[in-house]
Design a binder for this molecule. Structure first.
Ligand code: ADP
Ligand code: MG
Length: 324
């Protein structure tokens, strides 16, 4: 029923940036190289994500908003070898329950087709759509669920949350290009590049950092590898807000690893100060469990102690080496 569907949606879709998160994940999973996202009125009016990925076959369009309609996991075992951002098949289903969503797509050399689901009411598949990839438009979010709408912030705040979410995701995929528009204005234009440059490009939208003060650190310990773009001890902050941890391309909130970064700097930084550090951990998928709630950013790492140790060691030895 639509009531059950809306209750399920409430757990996944809290605000425009949750829609943005799910649409970006799908665009990334579709192997797109160019992703264009836009919001109007902070996404309260409309959120659109256009990708140039592999597309959706017209016969699958009516299915992709069904509950558990995932094309990404076919066996329970797959959950332990995840190489996609999505796997639950409930994002589009949830979004469709609390908005009007139109999915338009072109698959292979076929003609493009579109479908609209208006607050759970599925309409017919009709011809028409992009010349490549997929375009998803979500409009009137929570229009029929006023109780949820009242928890949203001002449009400008919601727009900033969407932009920050896109920046956060884009750091893990520097080889894809991302654009972000708010109310028709281009706010972000991130060209495909390498990891260091992507982080510097994204940082430059909010911080003044001299690129030469950011150091690339690498470590490969067999069952996992580490990459960090970390500040020299000459620049630091009074908060931890620029220590960011990613595990297999996903931003995670893992306090013990944030601490490991700080331990690595140790005495190199004055007490109570923190570095800029973007740490990317790549670990064998069988050692990591993301099979938790999509809005939570927890991760279960089976070899956390080993990773923690290696992060401290990498930072302390490699940062020290750069000091004359
Ligand atoms: P999940 O990503 O967990 O599989 P979603 O509800 O997010 O579930 O999407 C359902 C399905 O719709 C996906 O498994 C995929 O097959 C298809 N899909 C959604 N968005 C796109 C897209 N941008 N490009 C290609 N396929 C897509
Ligand atoms: Mg998904």
């Amino acid at each position: 029923s639509i009531v059950a569907q809306r209750i399920a949606a409430g757990e996944v879709i809290e605000r425009p940036s949750s829609v943005m998160r799910e649409l970006l994940d799908n665009a990334l999973d579709a192997h797109s190289t160019s992703i264009i996202a836009s919001v109007t009125e902070g996404g309260l009016e409309e959120i659109t994500v256009i990708d140039n990925g592999e597309g959706i076959a017209s016969e699958d369009l009516p299915l992709c908003c069904e509950s558990h309609a995932t094309s990404k996991v076919t066996s329970f075992e797959d959950l332990y070898h995840l190489d996609t951002m999505g796997f639950r098949g409930e994002a589009l289903y949830s979004i469709a329950a609390v908005s009007s969503i139109t999915i338009s797509s072109r698959f292979l050399q076929n003609d493009a087709f579109s479908i609209t689901i208006d607050n759970g009411r599925k309409q017919a598949v009709v011809p028409g759509g992009p010349s490549e990839g997929t375009k998803v438009t979500v409009s009137g979010l929570f229009k029929e669920v006023p109780a949820r709408r009242q928890f949203l912030k001002r449009p400008s705040t919601e727009a900033t949350m969407c932009k920050n979410l896109l920046i956060e995701k884009s750091l893990a995929f520097p080889d894809r290009s991302f654009k972000f528009y708010s109310d028709g204005q281009l706010k972000l234009d991130l060209r495909a590049t390498d990891k260091k440059q992507r982080i510097l490009d994204a940082l430059s939208t909010s911080q003044n950092i001299v690129p030469s003060e950011m150091l690339e650190l690498f470590d490969n310990a067999g069952r996992f590898s580490l990459y960090a773009l970390a500040s020299s001890p000459a620049i630091f902050r009074s908060d931890r807000s620029h220590i960011k941890i990613y595990v297999n391309e996903r931003p995670v909130e893992e306090y013990s690893l944030v601490q490991a970064v700080s331990y690595g700097y140790g005495e190199l930084l004055p007490g109570g100060s923190f570095p800029y550090c973007y740490l990317f951990i790549t670990v064998d998928p069988t050692l990591v469990d993301f099979n938790i709630h999509p809005t939570k950013r927890e991760v279960k790492l089976r070899n956390k102690a080993e990773i923690h140790h290696q992060v401290v060691a990498m930072i302390s030895t490699q940062i020290k080496r750069t000091i004359p």
